[in-house]
Design a protein around this ligand. Structure first.
Ligand SMILES: [Fe+2]
Length: 287
């Protein structure tokens, strides 16, 4: 089955969100939505999420799932905001518990912050399947960028999150806490073992040098032939050396501090204080 896929590109964070739709009905899933956040003012904005909600409503779609490929470090998830308006169950990988444990410590969260993934409606494991109407989705655990990263294979389309990017840009960084370039290489081999014609939808695009437009759709065959980091039979040692050297030069994403605190709570802000005010923390010299 070939799902219909509608992409939404967020300029501020280079994130691509997707609405994946059962061609035989009105069921859909929303993958990796974005809540706009201006760090300088501490203000949220729902412009990006509202665009998705408007699309879903104008097409008369029934939202069954709000899927997260991982705990993003570069943007805040809009899953709870979208869920409140159009429904759907929020899903993520069950290794989220590891991520919650790691960042629960970094942000010195108290015991009220549960590290059991219970903030999410569904925790997926490797090999799990689910349905979007008549469409079947299969879950691949593809860690490396983070310990909990998933790839959702839905019909002939694979939503790979931050593993592979477009062939001319390569792969995702592996230097966040719990990341591993060796693990990412192994995960990518799982994705590349899918049929060559499998459509691949990436989680970010940054326009590779020499490319004029953003792009987010490719295929397994194209990745195998041309991915600049792992294509053409690149071996694990070569990849690990390249990836680790490159990661050592990268700055932290602008929104990593608010993103982690919100996304490890399934997109919810930390609890309000007794005045009803909400605050995010800035850990000093921890990241
Ligand atoms: Fe990411």
């Amino acid at each position: 089955m070939e799902p219909q896929v509608k992409a939404f590109f967020d300029d501020a964070t280079n994130t691509i969100s997707y609405v994946v739709r059962d061609p035989a009905g009105s069921a859909c899933a929303i993958i990796d939505s974005v809540l706009d956040f201006d760090y300088a003012s501490g203000r949220t904005d729902t412009r990006s999420a509202d665009e998705i909600i408007e699309y879903v409503q104008s097409e008369g779609l029934e939202v069954q799932w709000l899927l997260e490929s991982h705990v993003h470090a570069d943007h805040l998830s809009a899953a709870p905001y979208i869920q409140e308006r159009v429904g759907g169950k929020i899903g993520i990988g069950d290794r989220i518990r590891i991520v919650q444990d790691t960042f629960g410590k970094v942000f010195n969260e108290g015991t009220e912050f549960q590290r059991d993934g219970s903030q999410f409606d569904k925790l997926f494991q490797e090999g799990d399947s689910f349905h979007i109407g008549q469409l079947r989705g299969d879950v691949l655990h593809t860690p490396g960028h983070t310990p909990a990263c998933l790839t959702y294979v839905i019909g002939d389309a694979a939503f790979v999150g931050d593993t592979l990017f477009m062939p001319d840009f390569g792969t995702a960084r592996c230097d966040f806490p719990g990341g591993s370039s060796e693990t990412l290489y192994n995960s990518i081999q799982k994705i590349l073992a899918l049929p060559d014609e499998t459509r691949i939808f990436v989680g970010h695009d940054y326009k590779a040098p020499g490319r004029d437009d953003y792009a987010w759709e490719t295929t397994v065959g194209e990745q195998k032939a041309r991915n600049i980091h792992v294509g053409n039979g690149r071996d694990k040692d070569g990849f690990v050396k390249m990836r680790d050297e490159r990661d050592a030069t990268l700055a932290m994403p602008k929104l990593i501090i608010p993103s982690l605190q919100v996304n490890m709570r399934a997109g919810q802000m930390p609890p309000a204080d007794d005045q009803g005010d909400v605050f995010l923390k800035v850990p000093v010299n921890k990241l």
